[in-house]
Ligand binder design. Structure first.
Ligand code: SAH
Ligand code: SF4
Ligand code: F3S
Length: 439
């Protein structure tokens, strides 16, 4: 009898990574591996890594170091994802107990790489220098969320913002055919999923290789798949944000009232240094389209503070943009110098304490904006998809179409199950969530 094959997989980073892990898990199971809950129990230990900022990257080396001793017991280590692609074979030098290093653009070769690992090889690489046209599609995806199904429609990035590793870690931009996306949407709807989230580093840069439909048309088509009640998409890039996306949201009720549109900075000068290739005015024009929709569409964004050369005045322009757009949610980060990126040659001029200071000022202001935005829901009835329950407190939690967290109580003897949709009257609001009762 051959010994049982087991693996432990931990995922860092963005939603694309989380969904890649669902596909990697499916691929491993297909090869007879069983997933376990800890490094100690596993024969194969995998980390799916992120290198978007310095701290994210350090995590994987700490983790590899923490569990190095397990190598003596015959356990094997693999590094997947963005740090793997970025560092390549250097990982073998930094962590000699690692046997497998693969970036996401090489996952199609995972079965072959696993076979080599099982045969005892210890220096296996799957690395891609922005050459591959392949996308990673598998029917074995091990979906971890029972209600929301993720579908990657475009991989890689061709935008080359000056601060960002993604074009180097995830390869060139390549889209899946619209027919394969729709087939997957129908398949998971058939399995009982009611929410679909379309994924891509720049999801709206989608170009159908079959030439059948635009991004907005694909969005509308996914929204019309029988059984699907909610469709989300992330992340949109302002450069490829077209008016027909807003028109699709207005026309198709299942498309959620939410657009995530990262701005990064409110200063034209900084945006230019970032190579974002738009101005604040150009960005605000797109925000104008979204705000002019018939439905009230929630808007969220990403912001970087302390980019090289960012002055107090530049930062103030970001603060002004924040006040003008009145976002419902902001992910703000301190600039982090990354290997191989063009911004690396710029002087990281803003001291860390000043970056932290700007971040805090921004988050404090944003909290007040959200307090006002969220208070507008008082008295409204919103449809909530239930995600979790806290029986001890008698509370049920979920999200509105706008992606706002809603906590509510329900007077029925049997509380509605996770995954179901409930109408909730909002009775109280805070800067980050809504509270209510099921009606
Ligand atoms: N493709 C998306 C962003 C993906 S990365 C877009 O262009 O909008 C997610 C976020 O991480 C970015 O929006 C940016 O705000 C942040 N980020 C990327 N590189 C960074 C860096 N070097 N330092 C700090 N934040 C960074
Ligand atoms: Fe990075 Fe820019 Fe590509 Fe977004 S668009 S992933 S920030 S290079
Ligand atoms: Fe991180 Fe790679 Fe995603 S760098 S944010 S895991 S694309």
């Amino acid at each position: 009898m051959t010994p049982e094959k087991t693996f432990y997989l931990e995922t860092f980073g963005c939603q694309m990574n989380a969904h890649d892990s669902e596909k990697v898990i499916g691929t491993l199971r297909e090869r007879g591996y069983r997933q376990v809950e800890s490094e100690e129990e596993a024969g194969l230990i995998l980390y799916n890594t992120c290198s978007i900022r310095d701290k994210a990257e350090q995590k994987v080396f700490h983790r590899l170091n923490d569990y190095k001793r397990l190598h003596k017991e015959g356990k094997r280590f693999g590094v997947l994802g963005c740090v793997a692609q970025q560092e390549g074979e250097n990982i073998f030098a930094r962590a000699p107990h690692v046997s497998l290093v693969s970036g996401s653009a090489s996952y199609r070769k995972l079965p072959e790489m696993l076979a080599r690992l099982e045969a005892g090889e210890t220096r296996i690489t799957g690395l891609d220098d922005r050459q591959t046209e392949e996308t990673f599609e598998t029917e074995f995806t091990a979906r971890q969320n029972p209600y929301r199904g993720y579908i990657t429609i475009i991989e890689g990035c061709d935008k080359f913002c000056s601060y960002c590793v993604v074009p180097y870690t995830r390869g060139k931009e390549r889209s899946r055919s619209s027919s394969s996306v729709l087939e997957e949407a129908r398949r998971i709807a058939g399995l009982g999923y009611t929410e679909i989230q379309l994924l891509g580093q720049n999801v709206n840069s989608y170009r159908d290789p079959e030439g059948k439909c635009s991004f907005a048309e694909l969005l509308a088509a996914v929204g019309q798949v029988p059984g699907i009640r909610r469709v989300r998409f992330t992340t949109s890039h302002p450069r490829d944000f077209t008016r027909d996306i807003v028109e699709a949201i207005d026309a198709v009720p299942t498309l959620c009232d939410h657009v995530h549109l990262p701005v990064q900075s409110g200063s034209a000068r900084v945006l230019k240094m970032m190579a974002r290739e738009y101005t604040p005015e150009w960005y605000l024009e797109r925000i104008g389209w979204i705000k002019a929709a018939r439905r009230t569409i929630s808007i969220s964004t990403d912001i970087i503070v302390g980019f090289p050369g960012e002055t107090e005045d530049d930062f103030m322009q970001t603060m002004e943009l924040l006040a003008e757009v009145e976002y419902d949610c902001v992910f703000a980060f301190k600039y982090s110098a990354r290997p191989n990126t063009p911004a690396l040659v710029m002087i990281d001029s803003v001291p860390d304490v000043e970056k932290s200071n700007r971040l805090q000022v921004l988050l404090d202001r944003q909290r007040e904006i959200q307090r006002v935005n969220y208070s507008k829901h008082l008295g409204q009835i919103l449809e909530v998809m239930i995600e979790g329950q806290n029986p001890a407190r008698g509370q049920i939690s979920g999200r509105s179409s706008q992606n706002k967290p809603v906590n509510f109580t329900c007077s029925q003897p049997i509380a509605p199950a996770p995954g179901s949709y409930v109408q909730v009257r909002i009775t109280a609001t805070g800067p980050n969530s809504l509270t209510g009762v099921a009606v």
